[in-house]
Write a protein that binds this ligand. Structure first.
Ligand code: NOJ
Length: 731
């Protein structure tokens, strides 16, 4: 079947909603308009954020609720694979399906606004919230943002992308300044947010940090110039919870802020920057009435465009703080099937020496080693905010979590499988008892060693890690555990549940480490998803959404401990840096093995539109002209894919553009990808579109996008370093 990937079109009908909202706002009092924009205060309503009802316009107020992995602080909900896992699928259909299923759950609980997805970029591999995001490449993250938002909002939920912008570490997040040049902002960090706007996202959350010296929630440049200007965003911007407003407070409204959350100025304050202060500022002319009208219009238009004023939108039926007050509506449907399949599709097979995997039904004895293989003895939700690393790690910690309805641990799932094939399982779940690990592993057909690395939001510290990780090593002496098992078992398979990259140099080349599986954070079905891969019911197709280095210092960016977080590496993060500096990674961005093999052939590049000569070189804001570039099918790249191996499987072809020197750009950049299922022996034509934007660079001085002329390479491969086809075109 031919595969066709196009850039999606924006959903929703903003013009109609805006006209309607304006008509309503025209008759509202100042106090009522301010009410739309002011949260009622932390824990004063059932959700993590609440705005008041405004009876004069028959408006019930909003329930705003975390998280990007499921409905937080509620029961009878699902915990989905983390953002970093859905990115690893490189599969747009799954990205959208996950968003859809989550959207149904939020709506079923009566949530108006889901606080997600988190679309910051993996800049430093130690950053605590990397696992909530869609990885280290803006194009991949942009596609995941587009699909997730589209899915979430499909049934009327409002999605809120966060944290806008440059909240790429937890350390000093409320005081530091992320200092980023204009070109890097446009080409790397802004792009996922642009795609969310293209998907019709209705809400943005501005971040805690400063951007180039000014807090993002009162930063006229990022809010007005970039977001509402260049990107043409028509929805509203809320603060992150108690986000600081340094110089302006109430006057942040004049800089583009539309809503304060959860309402009060700080956790200990009993006043709000908005509320009565904003009423007063409008009455004294410090904030123009036109600005207040715009804020109210944006908030109401978002509500109307999503149809939440219709009769069928449920009201809130849970309580985040007092569970007994809720109605306990079960919103899980059959989402566990999707969760299990995403868990498997996001699993990255890193090493399979001698094709030991998948295991056959002839396996008789299986060793399972490591605490990550088992359950948390106190239950999967026993640590508040999932702030511990006890038992199977299936989500990180902080506000990006939800309560597990159950959590399938690997030992249970492997035991169930073993029972069905008359194999025996021997386990040792103690990470530091190396003697026991060796005892159970010795002489078994296969030994699985489970290791972890955890991280999360900075309000919780786990095992000395204050949100951001202290280092990139496996936790709980994981390296020692692997070496102990590999010392006695010739078929050692390492399974990694982690928030991102770990350093694995201590054992990766050990001849007895025959298999390495990067499972990431698979959500509630973790054990089942893993077994699907181990025994080959699902052929692995996950690909790394970030680079795994040989040494932490191989990366271009790290957590900064000071006030200034200087993005001096510019465009050169992750593979862009490794490529430029000729550093060999351990496993590169886009890497992942399969149980079958694929060949690539017959590359063809076809211009659809005219050359650049007849086209405007430079769309400048607002968003509409940029969007014509985004949607422009300027070129197609086609090639033939064949499954040359012995089992059915999914290939993830990746298209990178190699720019001419005049572009002064990274050596290559991802500009399209696909997920193609092929039966063994089957061939298919893959077809990918490129727009002018795919080739464009941001010219800061001219303040416009431009396609530098010259010879471009079209680089098609199975990872960012596994080139299969190459062509050149003159632009
Ligand atoms: C702060 C976090 O940064 C944000 O992601 C979350 O949505 C809010 N807290 C509300 O819990």
């Amino acid at each position: 079947m031919p595969v066709s990937i196009r850039h999606g079109k924006r959903a929703g009908d903003w013009p109609v909603a805006i006209v309607r909202a304006k008509a309503v706002v025209a008759n509202m009092s100042v106090v009522d308009k301010v009410a739309l924009a002011t949260g009622i205060g932390w824990k004063n309503g059932p959700c993590v954020g609440n705005t008041p009802a405004v009876p004069s316009i028959n408006y019930p107020g909003l329930c705003l609720q975390d998280s990007p992995t499921g409905v937080r602080f509620a029961d009878l909900v699902s915990v989905f694979p983390a953002g970093i896992n859905i990115a690893a699928t490189f599969n747009r259909t799954m990205m959208r399906a996950r968003g859809l299923a989550m959207g149904v759950e939020f709506k079923g609980k009566g949530v108006n606004v889901a606080l997600g997805p988190d679309i910051n970029i993996v800049r430093s591999p130690r950053a605590g919230r990397n696992w909530e995001t869609f990885g280290a490449d803006p194009y991949l993250s942009g596609e995941a943002s587009f699909e997730t938002v589209t899915g979430l909002q499909a049934n009327g939920l409002q999605a809120c992308v966060k944290h806008y912008i440059n909240n790429e570490q937890e350390t000093n997040r409320s005081s530091s300044s992320s200092n980023v040049d204009d070109r890097t902002t446009h080409e790397i960090y802004l792009h996922p947010f642009l795609k969310a706007v293209q998907a019709g996202v209705v809400a943005f959350m501005c971040s805690y940090n400063r951007v180039n010296g000014t807090y993002s929630c009162e930063n006229e440049h990022v809010l007005n110039d970039l977001l509402k200007g260049e990107l043409g965003f028509q929805g509203y911007v809320m603060t992150d919870w108690w986000a600081s407003l340094d110089t302006f407070g109430t006057l942040a409204a004049n800089k583009g802020l539309d809503m304060v959350m959860p309402g009060e100025a700080s956790p200990s304050a009993n006043h709000s920057y908005f509320g009565p202060a904003l009423v007063n500022a409008v009455k004294t002319g410090q904030v123009p009435t036109s600005r207040l009208d715009d804020m109210a219009t944006r908030i109401l238009a978002a509500y109307y465009v999503q149809g939440q004023d219709g009769n069928d939108y449920p009201s809130v039926n849970f309580d985040s703080w007092t569970s007994s007050r809720g109605k306990h509506v079960d919103v899980q449907s059959d989402h566990k099937k999707l969760i299990r399949s995403i868990g498997a599709a996001s699993t990255v097979l890193l090493k399979n020496a001698g094709s030991q995997l998948p295991l056959g039904d002839n396996v008789r004895s299986v060793a399972v080693v490591g605490s990550d293989a088992g359950p948390n003895p106190k239950g999967p939700n026993s640590c508040p905010g999932r702030g511990c690393d006890v038992g199977i790690l299936a989500v990180g910690w902080g506000s990006g979590t939800a309560n597990f309805p159950y959590l399938v641990d690997p030992l249970s799932a492997i035991t169930a499988k073993a029972n069905s094939i008359n194999a025996t399982v021997f386990s040792s779940l103690n990470d530091t008892d190396l003697g026991a690990a060796k005892n159970v592993s010795s002489g078994k057909d296969v030994a699985f060693v489970f290791i972890t690395a955890d991280s999360g939001e900075g309000y919780i510290t786990v095992e000395g890690n204050p949100g951001d990780r202290n280092d990139l090593n496996a936790w709980h002496s994981g390296d020692e555990l692997v070496k102990a098992v590999a010392g006695v078992n010739k078929n050692t398979v390492v399974v990694i549940h982690a928030v991102g990259a770990i350093i694995m140099e201590a054992w990766i080349d050990h001849p007895n480490v025959t298999g390495v599986i990067y499972a990431g954070l698979q959500g509630q079905e973790a054990g089942n998803s893993l077994v699907d891969i181990l025994w080959g019911d699902i052929n692995p197709s996950g690909r790394l959404p970030y680079t795994i280095a040989k040494s932490p210092s191989d990366h271009s960016a790290d957590i900064s401990n000071g006030y200034n977080v200087d993005y001096t590496e510019g465009l050169y993060i992750d593979y862009r840096w490794f490529d430029k500096s000729n550093i060999a990674p351990r496993f590169e961005f886009g890497y992942g093995l399969s149980y079958t093999s694929f060949s690539y052939s017959a590359l063809a590049i076809v211009y659809l539109g005219g050359g650049l000569g007849n086209e405007p070189q430079a769309p400048t804001g607002p968003g509409s002209s940029l969007s014509s570039w985004l949607h422009d099918d300027w070129m197609t790249v086609t090639f033939e894919l064949t499954n040359t191996g012995s089992v059915d499987g999914v290939e993830i072809p990746q298209l990178y553009i190699v720019p001419p020197p005049s572009a002064n750009s990274p050596p290559k950049q991802l500009r399209n990808f696909d997920s193609v299922f092929l039966q063994k022996g089957e061939s298919s034509l893959a077809k990918m579109y490129l727009s002018r934007y795919s080739f464009a660079v941001w010219k800061s001085i001219e303040h416009r996008w431009e396609v530098p002329r010259g010879k471009y390479g079209v680089w098609v491969g199975a990872s960012s370093r596994d080139r299969r086809l190459y062509g050149e075109i003159d632009v």
